[in-house]
Design a protein around this ligand. Structure first.
Ligand code: KIV
Length: 302
């Protein structure tokens, strides 16, 4: 009995140390390092971020290597945008890219993604004609690419398609303002909704998209004050590009923000790198090294 009491006393005396160690291991994720769970960004995460006032960071990517870099850097959303038509394929508009090509780009990004939410654009011609075609396109994207959600452009005109896609269990991101698939209607890439009639339609469309079940809306190239009003009127997040600082998040095309594409210089664009200059310099140096027989040297040979 005496020994038993001694053991209990000893255990009680070391209990605080045990609890401290458990907490320490938990706090620094040392419990099961090989099974550490990665917290994936979902559409629910984005709603919570809006509610908490935390801004959402989104960027485009079209292949495995950049998808991997952006995901590892901690980006919230990777958009496999139909801007692939411009920056990957060299077209002057987003119109020519096909659904098969979008699926190919999305598959490559999805293979790289561990944490970010992947949004895939439904390209021009694969949802406008009717809601059955829109649903079929969304289903192909989800089944064949493994992306998490789709994005499509427009308001009232595409509302039936959005409802049908959402009711099939596919989350939809809307896109209002300067919608590049309508460039032939606009005739210019200038800022949209500066006039009251267009601004009022945009506000109505934003509410319709929210009612139809969109989980977020991209607002492209519209006045900052209008984007602020729209963002404040919605419970779903807005993601701005050229729409000022009051949107719930921001999106940029990777080639623009990394300075790969230097001809595109809109006011809204912030360049974080000058890859055009750096890549050109590296390639020129490589050519010089090959031609002067400097490359490869002995340590670079077998
Ligand atoms: O395709 C794209 O890159 C886009 C962004 C401009 C939002 O839709």
């Amino acid at each position: 009995m005496h020994i038993f009491q001694q053991q209990i006393g000893w255990f009680v005396s070391i209990l605080p140390t045990i609890l401290y160690l458990i907490n320490f291991y938990k706090k620094y994720n040392l419990m099961t390092p090989t099974t550490k769970e990665i917290k994936k960004v979902t559409t629910n995460t984005l709603q919570k971020m809006k509610a908490a006032g935390e801004k959402i960071a989104m960027i485009t990517a079209y292949d495995y290597s950049f998808g991997r870099l952006f995901d590892a850097a901690g980006i919230d959303i990777i958009l496999v945008g139909d801007s692939a038509s411009n920056v990957m394929a060299g077209h002057t508009t987003t119109l020519p890219i096909t659904l098969d090509q979008m699926i190919y780009h999305a598959q490559s990004v999805v293979r790289a993604r561990e944490r970010s939410l992947v949004v895939v654009d439904i390209p021009f011609g694969y949802y406008q004609s009717n809601s059955d075609i829109a649903l079929a396109s969304a289903i192909r994207i989800m089944k064949e690419s493994g992306g998490n959600t789709v994005k499509l452009e427009g308001g009232e005109e595409v509302i039936e398609s959005i409802k049908k896609i959402v009711s099939a269990g596919v989350p939809v991101m809307g896109h209002l303002g300067l919608t590049p698939q309508s460039i032939n209607k606009f005739g210019t890439y200038t800022v949209r909704a500066t006039e009251e009639v267009e601004a009022e339609k945009l506000k109505r469309d934003a509410l319709l998209l929210q009612e139809a079940g969109c989980f977020a809306i991209v607002l492209e190239k519209i006045p900052a004050q209008l984007a602020k009003e729209v963002s404040e009127s919605l419970h779903i997040p807005t993601i701005g590009i050229g729409a000022g600082s009051h949107c719930d998040g921001q999106v940029l095309v990777m080639h623009d923000m990394l300075g790969i594409n230097t001809e595109f210089k809109p006011r809204f664009l912030r360049r974080y790198l000058n890859l055009d200059e750096q890549i050109t310099g590296a390639i020129k140096q490589y050519i010089t090294d090959v031609k002067s027989k400097d490359f490869p040297n002995e340590s670079e040979s077998y």
